[in-house]
Design a protein around this ligand. Structure first.
Ligand SMILES: Nc1ncnc2c1ncn2[C@@H]1O[C@H](COP(=O)(O)OP(=O)(O)O)[C@@H](O)[C@H]1O
Ligand SMILES: [Mg+2]
Length: 253
């Protein structure tokens, strides 16, 4: 049984069929990428699986159990975390506090609130901060722990979002364009970070336009086009697929 099973998944917004009868499985422990032109339905697919949208039709199963219709919080409790294509960071909080927010989905909310208001007051609060600081180290932001988010570069904030998602202690993480807007050096750093996350045992689902990164990291790739599944397979299979070349890769060559 695959970790995630998606069957005949569709969502329609009025007349827009953003995702149409998409079926695929993701095995535990792999890096799985979703690619396709802008508007293909990649973010919508993430929103469906992470509980932001309810599907018009179809099934989503995590470890064999139906999860469609569950809220993002319920899914976080089951080990599903995500980042957003558009940054969702609290700019007036410190970096470490942003990461601590990620923990609130798996812990007592009052505990997190108290820890944010009275830093270092109790041992448990300190533990929460220490854990968040360790995650910042893990994503390469160790020197920014106490920095206010609005004083950090865009590239650093992209990684801060990943640290916050990791604070949910996920088994399955969805990264929506983690390298978008980054320079080549930062992109390579994110590439390495995604590899590190996968090596730590977290199953990664990635949406990314940087084809070098996608081909380098992915065990399998799903190609969406106009909301439909165009192809699915290994990087090698996708690279050679005539439909994919015609619809997508060709345009980038
Ligand atoms: N909440 C929504 N309401 C109406 N249309 C939407 C909504 N979300 C996405 N769409 C439409 O669904 C299609 C797929 O969008 P999206 O999933 O963001 O594509 P991608 O992430 O692949 O660029 C687009 O035509 C978009 O306008
Ligand atoms: Mg998108």
């Amino acid at each position: 049984m695959s970790m995630l099973e998606v069957k005949d998944l569709s969502i329609h917004f009025g007349g827009v069929k953003a995702v149409q009868n998409v079926t695929f499985n993701i095995d535990s422990g792999i890096v799985y990428s979703v690619i396709g032109p802008n508007g293909a339905g990649k973010t919508t697919l993430f929103n469906l699986i992470t509980g932001v949208y309810k599907p018009t039709t179809g099934e989503i199963k995590l470890d064999g159990e139906a999860i469609h219709g569950k809220s993002p919080n319920q899914l976080a409790e089951r080990g599903v975390a995500r980042t957003f294509q558009n940054l969702q960071i609290c700019m007036n909080m410190s970096a470490v506090e942003n990461v601590m927010v990620g923990a609130h989905l798996r812990l007592d909310r009052n505990l997190v609130k108290a820890a944010l208001r009275f830093p270092g007051l109790k041992k448990r609060d300190r533990d929460l901060r220490d854990e968040a600081a360790q995650l910042m180290d893990f994503v390469g932001l160790g020197q920014y722990v106490e920095t206010r988010a609005d004083a950090m570069s865009y590239g650093a904030l992209k990684r801060l979002e990943i640290a916050r998602a990791l604070a949910m202690k996920p088994r399955l993480i969805f990264l929506d364009e983690p390298a978008a807007g980054l320079n080549p050096k930062e992109t390579i750093e994110v590439d390495h970070l995604v590899r590190k996350i996968a090596d730590s045992g977290v199953t990664v689902v990635l949406v990314e336009h940087d084809m070098k990164m996608v081909m380098n990291l992915s065990d399998r790739i799903l190609v969406l086009d106009y909301g439909k599944k165009l192809a699915e397979g290994t990087g090698e299979e996708i690279r050679k697929n005539p439909d994919v070349i015609a619809a997508y890769l060709g345009a980038h060559a």
